[in-house]
Design a protein around this ligand. Structure first.
Ligand code: FPP
Length: 287
């Protein structure tokens, strides 16, 4: 089914209000940058410095809970509440793609009770937030594998994705049961199964078999909680991403931290292996 370019009446309405609209709903989407109103704006970098795609390794829920003498699941619950806050802030400043890593393929090593709790939180988020996401014109996507999850939960995720599939104000991708190596393996298997000759495989063909085939590479990857690792996240896609590490634990990572990351991104010079103000030379093999 094709998508008409539609905007729900509510999202259309929101596109006319100022940044004050952040308080209107839980997943409030800011209009595209072109019609952004500057009054009451958060500290903003110049438009061209806004990363198109920001991906976040939301780390530190457990330590946040431990510091307060709470069970780890309380940290995950607060971390989940923070998703709402950061999604709203990202949309406010015109970030178009936001990818959040909610569960790694390696997180299955955790105690059963914690995993069940996270799955329960995911089911709750989908149930509570899909309508609002849709109302605000956000599109939900998933990368990773849902295989083996409770069929009801799988159906709920698919239904949320389907319901929001025509929205384009913000593309919110949830990386759940996601691992970069697993993604690469799946892409290679899919390539081999397609029967494509080895000589015809190039970066674009591999890219077309990744979970992220419809997403631009992340311009900026943020990791909270003071760890300085990529930990199997978007391994192919992070080749030229700018990395921003923050000591703040994820539940405490607020809009100001995100804005600081974006400002820092604006100060970086991205060269993609080249030299500034210099036309690329064609590769030796093509000469
Ligand atoms: C871990 O902090 C963070 C995660 C396992 C991913 C983020 C999870 C959430 C925000 C909650 C679940 C969200 C959804 C939408 C299901 P940690 O447990 O590794 O913290 P620690 O390093 O301090 O132990």
């Amino acid at each position: 089914m094709k998508c008409e370019h539609r905007l729900s009446p509510a999202a259309r309405c929101l596109s006319r209000v100022s940044l004050g609209c952040a308080s209107v709903g839980r997943w409030v989407m800011q209009p595209s940058s072109d019609d952004m109103v500057t009054a009451a704006s958060p500290p903003q970098p110049h438009r061209s410095e806004i990363p198109r795609h920001v991906a976040v390794i939301m780390d530190g829920n457990g330590r946040w809970a431990a510091q307060r003498g709470l069970p780890r699941l309380a940290g995950h619950q607060h971390g989940t509440d923070n998703i709402r806050r950061i999604t709203t802030a990202a949309a406010q400043i015109g970030i178009k793609y936001l990818t959040l890593w909610a569960f790694s393929t390696d997180n299955w090593r955790r105690p059963r009770e914690e995993i069940d709790g996270i799955l329960h939180i995911l089911a709750g988020v989908i149930e509570r937030e899909t309508e609002e996401l849709d109302r605000q014109g956000a599109q939900l996507r998933h990368i990773g594998s849902l295989e083996g999850l409770d069929p009801q939960l799988q159906a709920a995720v698919h239904a949320a994705i389907d319901r929001t599939r025509c929205n384009n104000r913000l593309i919110l991708t949830l990386a759940f049961n996601y691992g970069g190596r697993q993604e690469l393996l799946a892409a290679i298997k899919s390539l081999v199964a397609s029967g494509i000759p080895a000589a015809a495989v190039d970066e674009d063909t591999l890219q077309a078999h990744l979970f992220t085939r419809d997403l631009p590479d992340p311009d900026l990857i943020v990791r909270t909680s003071g760890e300085h690792r990529i930990s199997n996240f978007l391994l192919w896609q992070c080749a030229y991403s700018e990395l921003f590490f923050r000591p703040t634990l994820w539940p405490d990572f607020g809009p100001d931290d995100l804005f600081e990351a974006v400002r820092e991104f604006g100060r970086r010079e991205r060269r993609f292996g080249g030299v500034p103000n210099h036309e690329p030379t064609s590769p030796l093999v093509n000469r």
